[in-house]
Ligand binder design. Structure first.
Ligand SMILES: Cc1ncc(COP(=O)(O)O)c(C=O)c1O
Length: 365
């Protein structure tokens, strides 16, 4: 271990791997190990790829001294980019949606980033959308560079070069399964490719959300827009196919509901003492759904992408609920019945509440 880091960027990576005990005891045969990425300076795995994207762009001459980094981000990538920008002397302009918590926006501003909040309830092609605004800014702001985490392959390269080798070393090469939430695809594709090169029998399983296109595309080759509807779990699932998702590396996609993800996230905090975001809950819940496939000798690595403090809190989510409702209405024109719509919203509300068992236990305090 390095005793003194020259800058905070040197403190990225080498994150701990921790055995999951109570949640999996008697349920999963084999060993379950969580790679806890909240130990990165920006509290998420995204620090790794943010620095990689910046340094590759510098080498390619795309990002020049004094330049401005532009990105559409829901928070974690923005945090990694903002930290690196401070150290390296760049400006940052981020576009985000009004679905994101105020805490996330404030955290980005704390690093000096300019944050433009755009409406959620518009199509990606609408000039007001956070995609369109970031593309317009890239055209208009002199000396600017858009990171584009979805299609920029420096993203998966970071995980091929860092996260994959760390997992291989920490497990002494005994890893048999990788279970990872999939958003841009950078993590699963980079880590999965590295691990399969070391041992082609390793299984790489992606966790997807209901409302995302990944699973159906993997299983049928069909991009089905009817799979798309709003959901709550942040960071995973998509309504398009980012270039960083390498479907050849991924053996299987497992879908997890928002509710199961939220409940599992709370269990991870209360039973394992690890405060992670909802995508970690999704990954653990998906792993449990797949329990029949594991044997005693298996070593299963699951990635916890970010910190629990980044998730919107109960009671603070009225704008999110409004945004979900509005998008449901648009999507509902195509295929949602009023009953399905009501159930989805009920799930949304339920996912925001502590599980009843825990709420009752807490009540006398
Ligand atoms: C909280 C969280 N979990 C999971 C992911 C998915 O990681 P990746 O984009 O590498 O597929 C992301 C990415 O945005 C994220 O922010």
């Amino acid at each position: 271990m390095k005793t003194i880091s020259d800058t905070i960027l040197d403190a990225i990576g080498d994150t701990p791997m921790v055995r999951i005990n109570r949640i999996t005891n008697g349920v999963i045969k084999g060993t379950v190990l969580a790679k806890i990425e909240t130990f990165n300076p920006g509290n998420s795995i995204k620090d790794r790829m943010a620095v990689q994207m910046i340094e590759d762009a510098e080498r390619a001459g795309l990002l020049k001294p004094g330049g401005t980094i532009i990105e559409g981000t829901s928070g974690n990538t923005g945090m990694g980019l903002a930290i690196a920008a401070v150290v390296k002397g760049y400006k940052c302009i981020f576009t985000t949606t009004d679905k994101q918590s105020k805490e996330k926006v404030d955290a980005l501003k704390a690093f000096g980033a300019e944050v433009i909040v755009c409406p959620t309830n518009v199509d990606p092609e609408d000039p007001r959308s956070y995609y369109s605004v970031s593309s317009r800014l890239e055209r208009e702001v002199p000396n600017s560079w858009k990171a584009n985490q979805y299609d920029n392959l420096s993203n998966s390269k970071a995980h091929y070069e860092q996260t994959g080798p760390e997992i291989w070393e920490q497990t002494g090469g005994r890893v048999t399964h990788l279970v990872v939430g999939v958003g841009t695809g950078g993590t699963i594709s980079g880590v999965g490719r590295y691990l399969k090169e070391r041992n082609p029998t390793i299984k790489v399983w992606g966790i997807d959300t209901y409302g995302s296109v990944f699973k159906k595309y993997k299983e049928t080759g069909i991009f089905d827009k009817h799979e798309i509807y709003p959901y709550i779990t942040e960071g995973i699932g998509e309504d398009f196919l980012p270039k960083n998702v390498d479907f050849d590396v991924i053996d299987h996609f497992e879908k997890v509901t928002d509710k199961d993800a939220a409940i599992m996230t709370r269990r991870i905090a209360r039973e394992e003492g690890i405060f992670a975001g909802n995508s970690a809950g999704s990954a653990m819940a998906g792993l449990l759904q797949l329990k029949a496939h594991f044997t005693e000798d298996d070593v299963i690595v699951v990635i916890f992408h970010d910190h629990g403090s980044r998730c919107p809190r109960p009671g603070r989510d009225a704008p999110v609920r409004r945004a979900v409702l509005a998008r449901l209405e648009r999507a509902g024109r195509a295929r949602r019945t009023p009953h399905e719509r009501a159930r989805l919203l009920a799930d949304f509300d339920h996912a925001r509440q502590p599980p009843r068992r825990i709420a009752q236990r807490d009540a006398p305090l």
